[in-house]
Design a protein around this ligand. Structure first.
Ligand code: 3HC
Ligand code: NAI
Length: 709
């Protein structure tokens, strides 16, 4: 049983001569729980009562200073003391307070540091205001103290961008006073405190700082620019607007008034559904990184990686591996294909060099870890091989036969197949326990999602190895079972079909894309199809034509476009027109004419759909198939569906994922929609047994997440 956290166990106060060392020790990341806040308050009281204390040093135990507020507490009844009060009390002390920062000083953690009088950042420190990524804003003086120190622009960059600074950048900005090598915050901090005491350094409160406010015109311009930028790029997000308002208050109001303004805006953010969505996504991603196998089995060591196939995916995967610092050996079927594969990889780094984001030396050093061959023998010493050849069972099996022949015992053999039966691939080799699915998304060096597909015979340590690899590659892993399309593509096929049905029923593809963007997606499904290339879906549809349920509705409009060679951006037209290589499409009257003709052929009288009607169907289809995927054990929990759709398919993060969204709408409402739609098409709109069961029990998807925890 973990020891119960009390203020005394999570905040330790220890005298080093006349210095009080206050250590925040609240694993795993020293979040500012109520007990920590009370512990800090007690420490302040101890200093106030003891004139023998000449200075205070704040440090974090373990790898971090303080990772911020305890995110788990949001949405619960607030416990005193509030963090702004703790910060104010620290800052008000009449003897110097020094924060020595190793690791993360994020959000509330940076706000505590800003309430100290001096700041020292160690090598590897990470300082930032990432609250915006949780649908929040700094709520303990971050928007009031930071501008006084470093001005409005730097504050807005930190709070709206959410990206942390390293120690050197924080020093250059003036966010910290000094940097030090190493990671021993206590030792470096004590040395700094002694120096300050010897110099007679005064108490220096950030709330009284004026340097950042000196250039009023620049600050005003920064706020105006940020407001315009937020209106343009984050109009649908709640907290960025409040962040700008709060920084403006720092310019316009006295400190205490500004703090009150910040608090009011912060509490609005805490109460917003967006905060709940973002926080759900944050914890869901940490849950999917663990699987039953990662608890019980140890990963096999992976130092050398092989990739078979140097096309879109093979090359992207090779870049992901190179970016993680590992060597990669690529195998292609002939010299010409290998040269193309190598070219794809080089192109990525050439572009970085051209943009000034990589030096020529770093490019050369990275590519030195890349080797290519047409001979499978080059994979003999690979610890893990990822196959990314054509999506055909015969070709995959031939490749796996080669891998079975050349790879060393214990090598993990992975396939990047999108749809094929991995059990069948595994059964075709003499070592089925070593075969696993690693389903990357395109572009594989950019997209975060990695579905780890777990076939029947796989060994637990192979699954654990796949999760460890995901961490090395900085991917977001989700465990999926074997089925057609796994979690993501299987759900995509269903909501995409719902969109196609709506087009045939009267909504234009442009209206659907607009409604989906209005919901918060960066792009609508028809824009995505144009970007990915309509030929990919066409090939899949043709492959599946023979096994398609003859009762199921099949909309042929996309086929009509593909038959004309309109595959999207790469052919200059698809659902949209892309004149002269334009990246943004314009609606195409000819597409609308084809749609009209297809409606007529199908005997449909078109009707109008509002954006809300479009989204109800789109989401009902997504949620229903998500429920099926959980019901059949393809996804472990609803949160695995959420993370898949968030990280791989552009679902708006502030909505937390489709299953969280369904909970927020109410499952009974979603089920009622599906039942209503089923009146028109009972084959497509079959309520998932899981959804029916949850509604009958008055339960939520989240109850299943918690039951599994
Ligand atoms: N509150 C509660 N739990 C937290 C937490 C937080 N702020 N930050 C991390 N955790 C938990 C994680 O859930 C995870 O728990 P688990 O082991 O049970 O799954 C554990 O700590 C470790 O987290 P990671 O797996 O993310 O560990 P990493 O070492 O990869 O990363 C980190 C560490 C960079 C600190 C990262 O966890 C992080 O970015 N945390 C969030 C930081 C943040 O957003 N802070 C702002 C909070 S809001 C705020 O401060 C409001 C204030 O202005 C009033
Ligand atoms: P691609 O056609 O771009 O590349 C396939 C490569 O495999 C070609 O370079 C080809 O020369 C090579 N190849 C074929 N047979 C080979 C053999 N026997 N030995 C060595 N190399 C061989 O295809 P893409 O898009 O890269 O897809 C590869 C796999 O990844 C497929 O299984 C696909 O379903 C899957 N996938 C594709 C995604 C995408 O968006 N393109 C996304 C996720 C998975």
């Amino acid at each position: 049983m973990p020891q119960e956290a009390t203020p005394a166990t999570v905040v330790a106060c220890q005298r080093e001569g006349d210095v009080l060392v206050v250590t925040i020790d609240n694993p795993p990341v020293n979040a500012l729980s109520a007990a920590v806040r009370r512990g800090l308050q007690d420490a302040v009281a101890q200093v106030a009562a003891d004139p023998g204390i000449a200075a205070v040093l704040l440090v974090g135990a373990g790898r971090n200073f303080i990772a911020g507020a305890d995110i788990r507490e949001f949405g619960q009844t607030p416990q005193p003391p509030a963090l702004p009060d703790v910060c104010f009390a620290i800052e008000s002390l009449d003897r110097p307070v020094v924060a020595a920062i190793a690791g993360a000083a994020l959000g509330g953690g940076l706000e505590v540091a800003l309430s100290a009088h001096y700041r020292l950042a160690l090598e590897g420190a990470s300082l930032g205001l990432p609250e915006v990524q949780l649908g929040l804003m700094p709520g303990a003086g971050g928007t009031q103290r930071t501008p006084r120190l470093v001005g409005a622009k730097a504050t807005l960059d930190l709070a709206l961008g959410g990206k942390p600074l390293d120690a050197a950048a924080a020093l250059a900005l003036g966010l910290v006073d000094r940097t030090a090598p190493g990671t021993d915050a206590r030792a470096a901090g004590l040395a700094y405190v002694r120096e300050l005491l010897a110099d007679g350094a005064p108490v220096r409160r950030t709330r009284d700082a004026t340097a950042g406010l000196a250039d009023a015109a620049a600050n005003r311009a920064a706020v105006d620019a940020a407001r315009a930028e937020v209106a343009k790029k984050s109009a649908h997000l709640f907290s960025p607007h409040r962040i700008v308002d709060a920084v403006q208050a720092a310019l316009d109001q006295a400190f205490d008034d500004g703090m009150r303004t910040e608090r009011a805006l912060f509490l609005q953010c805490v109460d917003s559904p967006q905060r709940a969505g973002f926080v759900h996504a944050f914890f869901a991603e940490r849950e999917t990184a663990k699987s039953p196998e990662t608890r019980d089995a140890r990963p096999r060591p992976v130092a050398r990686i092989g990739v078979v196939g140097g096309g879109t995916m093979g090359a992207g995967i090779a870049v992901a591996v190179l970016d993680a610092g590992l060597p990669v050996a690529m195998v292609e079927r002939d010299d010409a294909a290998l040269a193309r594969g190598r070219g794809h990889v080089e192109k990525v780094y050439d572009a970085l060099v051209a943009k000034g984001r990589m030096t020529a030396e770093a490019r050369a050093a990275t590519l030195a870890r890349f080797s290519g061959s047409t001979d499978y023998a080059s994979l003999a010493d690979a610890d893990l091989v990822i196959e990314a050849v054509f999506e055909e069972m015969g070709v995959k099996k031939a490749v796996f036969a080669e891998l079975d022949r050349v790879c060393k015992p214990g090598a993990v053999l992975a396939t990047n197949t999108s749809y094929l039966d991995i059990d069948e691939i595994a059964a075709s080799v003499g070592r089925p326990a070593d075969v696993v699915g690693l389903h990357f998304f395109s572009p594989a060096n950019v997209m975060k999602l990695l579905e780890i597909v777990v076939p029947k015979q796989v060994a637990p340590d192979v699954v654990a190895t796949a999760f460890a690899l995901a961490k090395t590659l900085r991917k977001v892993p989700v465990r999926a079972g074997v089925c057609d399309g796994f979690i993501g593509n299987r759900i995509l096929a269903v909501y995409r079909a719902a969109a196609d049905h709506m087009v045939e029923d009267g909504a234009s593809p442009y209206e659907i894309d607009r409604a989906v963007r209005g919901f918060g997606y960066p792009m609508g499904p028809f824009q995505v199809s144009d970007l990915a290339g309509g030929d990919i879906g066409w090939a899949t549809r043709k492959r599946k034509a023979a096994t398609r349920d003859p009762q199921a509705r099949y909309v042929q409009i996309a086929d009509r476009l593909c038959e004309r060679g309109w595959f999207g951006q790469k052919t200059g037209r698809g659902w949209y027109l892309y004149p002269d290589g334009a990246r943004t499409g314009t609606p195409d009257a000819e597409v609308e004419a084809i749609v009209a003709a297809e409606r007529q052929r199908a005997g449909v009288t078109p009707r109008r759909f509002t954006d809300e009607e479009i989204m109800r169907r789109y989401m009902a289809a997504m949620v229903n198939e998500g429920a099926n995927v959980v019901h059949q054990g393809i996804a472990l929990r609803p949160l695995d569906v959420d993370v898949t759709v968030l990280s791989g398919y552009g679902f708006p993060r502030f909505r937390g994922g489709p299953m969280h969204y369904a909970d927020s709408v109410g499952l009974a409402t979603v089920l009622a929609d599906i039942q209503a739609f089923a009146q028109e098409d009972p084959v497509f709109w079959k309520p998932s047994p899981l959804l029916v069961d949850l509604v009958a029990r008055g339960a939520t998807f989240d109850s299943l997440n918690r039951a599994a925890a």
